[in-house]
Ligand binder design. Structure first.
Ligand code: FES
Ligand code: FES
Length: 132
């Protein structure tokens, strides 16, 4: 049911934890399954220097959080914005249909953290929508 990469990121999550005084944090949840995901970003000179996540949720939510942090780490804000639930799923070699929404949570959490960063620093990030 799950790919090896999903299992790997579930068993050995990368970048789990939190960042104190993060430049931006984003928390999102899915009302149906009740899972919650929080992303912490450390941004310097438009580059995501560090990123951590805390996820209270299913195995796929943990794996997608972990992969999403790997995909945005060291990237510019513009590059991080290109990371979608699709790219996270592709990087994990796919997810079962019932678990696609878990990857959406990862995309939303990154966007919410970027939005928080933009608000705090009074900047505008082109193409970034406010969190729902
Ligand atoms: Fe949490 Fe099934 S609802 S594992
Ligand atoms: Fe809802 Fe995974 S089951 S985030």
């Amino acid at each position: 049911m799950y790919t090896e990469k999903v299992m790997d990121h579930f068993m050995n999550p990368r970048n789990m934890g939190e960042i104190e005084n993060a430049s931006g944090t984003g928390t999102v949840g899915n009302a149906k399954c009740g899972d919650i995901m929080r992303i912490f970003l450390d941004v310097e000179d438009n580059i995501i220097k560090d990123v951590k996540f805390k996820t209270f949720g299913c195995g796929a939510a943990v794996a997608t959080s972990s992969m999403a942090t790997e995909l945005v780490k060291g990237k510019s804000i513009e590059e991080a914005l290109q990371v979608t639930n699709r790219s996270v799923m592709e990087a994990l070699d796919g997810l079962p249909k019932a678990k696609v929404h878990c990857s959406l949570l990862a995309e939303e959490a990154i966007h919410a953290a970027l939005w928080d960063y933009a608000q705090k620093h009074n900047i505008e990030i082109e193409g970034l929508e406010p969190p729902k």
